[in-house]
Design a protein around this ligand. Structure first.
Ligand SMILES: Cc1ncc(COP(=O)(O)O)c(C=O)c1O
Length: 358
């Protein structure tokens, strides 16, 4: 059983069928095909306005290119100190921004608070030797599995406007947040001040389905050149775009995310029943962050269950992980099986009782 991430599964059947359908015959290359154009029009419908869409193959490419369009080489991009862009992309954003820096701020569950960002921005000296802040990047869902509420997004959007920053959202788990909030894509993005979005679909059923969605037209101006320089103008672009046809059809993307989130809730509720287990912070999407006894960690591992230990850097102030405990991350996906979740809970329950009896 593997709860290490939501990219440990393959692509979903509707996505694969859409690729097969798009495979027949000949079509213009480099995204100048009918399928790419149709999918771009579909993005306009989904976001209830005209947007510019650039298909890329990885979330790292989406983030790095999006930020490079928002931040000049002498600029600063503010993010959480555990953000994927600062921690897990091997410096790609800084590389594509040609010298700009990422500044990581703290925040519980890898979420940023508007007030903290505002205080930080106001504390920066305005001198030519100081890199001027040019963008804010947040992850929705956060790296701690938390979802920014609409008011929190609006507050961050307002801080960006006040300080003249572009607002970037890393949406590797965009739809998990969307169904968790039960709002529209427009409400979760440009209506709250988001200027540019990394729209991830790979984790939720895609094969390599990522898109940069631009709401602030100026940020789209050179993105096709930047994409080409990054090797992200895909010659058989129709096969990348086709994934989104299958993904969006009949609400497949929403169903997948609802399932993933439901599995995480089941897991989280079950774990909370066990003595000695608590959550680092609430489960709001498809990731669960329990603090468990090391004995339970050993029992889960002995049963062959895969997951990652997690950093305690973003715990709430009053919380800490004791010497006999460990903080772990369990991730569910569109393909998680309920029987596997229940099996994990059984293993955990008998692991806890066995230890109590010893
Ligand atoms: C928050 C976040 N952003 C972006 C990504 C995308 O990264 P990749 O380049 O692996 O597709 C991930 C994947 O783990 C992620 O968790």
């Amino acid at each position: 059983m593997n709860f290490a991430s939501d990219n440990i599964v393959g692509a979903s059947a509707p996505v694969l069928h859409a690729i097969l359908e798009a495979n027949a015959g000949t079509m213009a290359a480099y995204g100048n095909d009918e399928i790419s154009q149709c999918v771009k029009a579909r993005f306009n419908e989904i976001f209830e306005r005209e947007v510019s869409v650039f298909f890329v193959t990885t979330g790292t490419a989406a983030n790095a290119l999006a930020l490079s369009s928002a931040v000049p080489p002498y600029g600063l991009c503010v993010c959480h100190r555990e953000a994927h862009v600062i921690d897990d992309e091997c410096g790609a954003p800084e590389f594509f921004m040609h010298g700009a820096k990422l500044a990581g701020l703290p925040g519980v569950g890898a979420k940023l608070k508007a007030d903290d960002v505002d205080v930080y921005l106001k504390s920066l000296p305005k001198a030519v030797k100081q890199m001027p802040p040019k963008a804010l990047s947040i992850s929705q869902v956060s790296e701690g599995g938390l979802v920014y509420g609409l008011d929190e997004l609006a507050a961050l959007g307002a801080v960006c406007r006040e300080h003249g920053l572009s607002f970037h959202m890393d949406g590797a788990r965009f739809v998990n947040a969307l169904v968790s909030l039960g709002c529209t894509p427009a409400d979760m993005t440009w209506r709250r001040g988001v200027d540019i979005l990394s729209f991830g679909a790979t984790k939720n059923g895609g094969l390599m389905a990522e898109a940069i969605v631009v709401f602030k037209p100026a940020l789209a101006e050179a993105l096709d050149y930047r994409s080409k320089r990054a090797g992200q103008i895909i010659s058989k672009g129709r096969l990348i775009a086709a994934q989104f046809e299958g993904y969006f059809a009949d609400g497949h993307w929403l169903d997948n995310a609802r399932h993933a989130n439901r599995m995480a809730t089941l897991l989280s509720d079950g774990l909370l029943q066990l003595p000695g287990v608590r959550l680092a912070w609430p489960t709001q999407a498809n990731e669960v962050f329990p603090i468990i006894p090391k004995t339970l960690d050993q029992a889960l591992k002995a049963a062959g269950i895969l997951y990652h230990p997690w950093t305690d850097l973003s715990l709430p102030e009053a919380e800490h992980v004791a010497d006999h405990e460990v903080l772990i991350r369990l991730v569910t996906s569109w393909a998680s099986r309920e029987e596997d979740v229940r099996r994990l809970l059984e293993v955990a329950s008998s692991g806890i009782s066995r230890h109590a009896a010893e």
